[in-house]
Design a binder for this molecule. Structure first.
Ligand SMILES: *[C@@H]1O[C@H](CO)[C@@H](O)[C@H](O)[C@H]1NC(C)=O
Ligand SMILES: *[C@@H]1O[C@H](CO)[C@@H](O)[C@H](O)[C@H]1NC(C)=O
Ligand SMILES: *[C@@H]1O[C@H](CO)[C@@H](O)[C@H](O)[C@H]1NC(C)=O
Ligand SMILES: *[C@@H]1O[C@H](CO)[C@@H](O)[C@H](O)[C@H]1NC(C)=O
Ligand SMILES: *[C@@H]1O[C@H](CO)[C@@H](O)[C@H](O)[C@H]1NC(C)=O
Ligand SMILES: *[C@@H]1O[C@H](CO)[C@@H](O)[C@H](O)[C@H]1NC(C)=O
Length: 493
């Protein structure tokens, strides 16, 4: 069965395709059957009330899966860029004081398109509304609407309807993707564009990631894009969803979260298969997430979330400064941001693991990459009561073994050098306070105060492949240089 909207759309597309051909007869018969379908379903929809039985409901949703016409031709096959993305950010007036800095850290006035949605008009303290913030909209007040009168969880419904309201505001003015996020979602825009550009925006796509915590996925769904991490809906998917969104609310208003309503609704539309991108991060974690950010997978980092909940990611700075500090590195080379490289110094039996723009860890031992790509478990799960398995990935437990505990350095400053190089300086965060590792020759790394990481300024890192590096350390010197380069066969250990 096909909906009136879809049959109309497909009808129009078909008409376009046939326009320049001499198949007028075929055209006419399609037009007539299209019109017939349209009238029939308009009638059908107008008579569908909200107290439908579940059978009615399901037939209502057989839209996308039953659409067996070939997808529309890609007319504009130019590469996806920032102008093709529209952002919908769900916030509140009360929270904006605290969240504004996170959004402004990535929002680019006159470049990024989209809106911040608020629960009510901003109060005097926020006016005049600055150009550095996304333009605001006030969500439609659903309190008075008859269809929603018996619904309790108005907050979640407001968030969910932000998709619909964003869609209605921008129409189809050269939009390929809708990216939805919370007011504490920090996005790395260039990486987001790069990742979305891989996909065919004319297909029905739902792109995001689930939670780091097993329990969060158990409560919601393993197949759900968590809203705080941000997610992308292709234009045709958003269009199909918006047509059914208020019907979905009727059905799923009891669910505790708007992202779960969306997931459930998409499942019923037959397009729930989440396309997972590991660069989105819900951060359903507490405490110190440096272990995770020091061992990011070899894909572009797209988002961070819950920065109010975890410790500041740079221990010497507050939360806002920390995010802006990371953004400085992102602006210079987003392709390398948080990308891990591992190299070795055989003379002193050291391994160095660098997370570009974030941290450097020096181990007084030779560890394989396979070991070092597992995040150190510096963080705690979202819920105190959680029992193992806690996380969706393997971790390394913290120990006091001096051979396993790294010397930790954080990104401090950067400089552009002549010869197309960038040098990032990482400073020791605190003394390790452990004796040297006896098993590997007692080569203490306590002397190092600073690590300088050199990388190419113009050559972007390739997705999916780790970069290697060389360590240049002169014994007893307090600065160690690390030079990033492509790996060779000699680098395998
Ligand atoms: C993005 O691509 C469109 C063509 O599809 C072009 O008109 C527009 O200027 C581009 N925007 C940017 C920021 O490059
Ligand atoms: C954005 O565009 C408007 C109108 O074109 C202009 O007045 C304003 O200065 C621009 N703002 C920035 C931050 O570039
Ligand atoms: C929404 O509408 C109801 C009545 O229809 C009103 O009581 C309420 O104050 C409105 N809320 C906002 C945020 O405007
Ligand atoms: C490195 O450690 C190994 C033991 O893992 C040891 O046999 C070797 O002598 C050490 N090399 C140096 C230069 O200390
Ligand atoms: C390292 O130092 C410890 C304690 O000083 C000593 O017992 C051990 O033999 C040393 N190991 C090596 C390989 O020199
Ligand atoms: C590193 O050593 C140099 C020369 O010995 C010294 O001037 C400098 O202050 C040291 N740096 C740090 C961060 O301790």
């Amino acid at each position: 069965m096909m909906s009136s909207e879809n049959s109309m759309i497909n009808f129009r597309k078909m008409q376009q395709r046939l326009q320049n051909q001499s198949l007028a007869t075929l055209c006419k018969s399609i037009a007539i059957s299209g019109l017939f379908l349209f009238l029939f379903y308009t009638f059908f929809f107008n008579h569908l009330n909200y107290n439908h039985s579940s059978d009615d409901f399901l037939s209502h949703f057989k839209v996308v899966t039953m659409n067996n016409l070939s997808p529309p031709k890609i007319i504009d096959n130019s590469r996806t860029n920032i102008s093709h993305i529209v952002f919908g950010i769900a916030g509140t007036v009360n929270g904006w004081k605290f969240r504004k800095s996170y959004i402004e850290s990535w929002w680019r006035p006159n470049v990024t398109r989209g809106y911040l949605f608020l629960d009510r008009p901003p109060t005097q303290e926020f006016l005049p509304w600055p150009a550095s913030s996304p333009p605001f909209q006030v969500n439609e007040n659903i309190t008075g609407l008859k269809a929603f009168q018996n619904i309790q969880k108005k907050f979640q419904i407001r968030l969910f309807r932000t998709i619909l309201e964003t869609f209605r505001l921008v129409g189809d003015r050269d939009v390929r993707w809708f990216v939805m996020g919370d007011d504490d979602t920090v996005l790395f825009v260039d990486n987001l564009v790069e990742v979305l550009a891989k996909y065919d925006h004319t297909q029905h796509l739902y792109i995001g990631t689930n939670s780091e915590c097993v329990s969060s996925n158990v409560y919601a769904s393993f197949g759900m894009a968590f809203g705080g991490a941000g997610y992308a809906l292709s234009y045709p998917l958003a269009e199909a969803l918006v047509a059914k969104l208020d019907v979905c609310i009727q059905r799923y208003h009891d669910l505790y979260a708007s992202d779960l309503m969306l997931y459930s609704c998409l499942a019923d539309l037959g397009v729930a298969a989440l396309t997972r991108e590991q660069g989105f991060h819900q951060i359903d974690l507490h405490h110190d997430i440096s272990g995770l950010l020091s061992a990011h997978p070899q894909v572009p980092v797209i988002s961070l979330h819950h920065m109010d909940v975890v410790n500041p990611i740079f221990p010497s700075m507050n939360r806002y400064k920390s995010i802006n500090h990371l953004m400085k590195a992102a602006e210079v080379d987003s392709s390398r941001l948080l990308q891990q490289s591992v190299c070795y110094n055989r003379q002193s039996n050291w391994s160095i693991s660098v997370s570009w723009g974030y941290s450097a860890h020096v181990y007084e031992n030779i560890y394989s990459r396979n070991f070092l790509i597992k995040p150190l478990e510096t963080f705690r799960p979202w819920r105190r009561s959680d029992r193992p398995p806690l996380y969706m990935f393997n971790t390394r437990p913290l120990t006091r073994n001096s051979c396993e505990v790294p010397h930790v350095f954080f990104f401090d400053s950067m400089e552009n050098l002549r010869g197309n190089q960038v040098v990032l300086t990482y400073i020791r965060s605190s003394p390790r306070n452990l004796p040297p590792c006896p098993a590997t020759g007692n080569h203490s790394a306590d002397v190092i105060d600073k690590i300088q990481v050199f990388s190419p300024a113009t050559e972007r890192k390739r997705v999916g492949i780790m970069e290697c590096c060389d360590i240049e350390h002169i014994a007893y010197m307090n600065v160690t240089d690390v030079k990033l380069r492509a790996c060779t066969e000699d680098d395998s250990i």
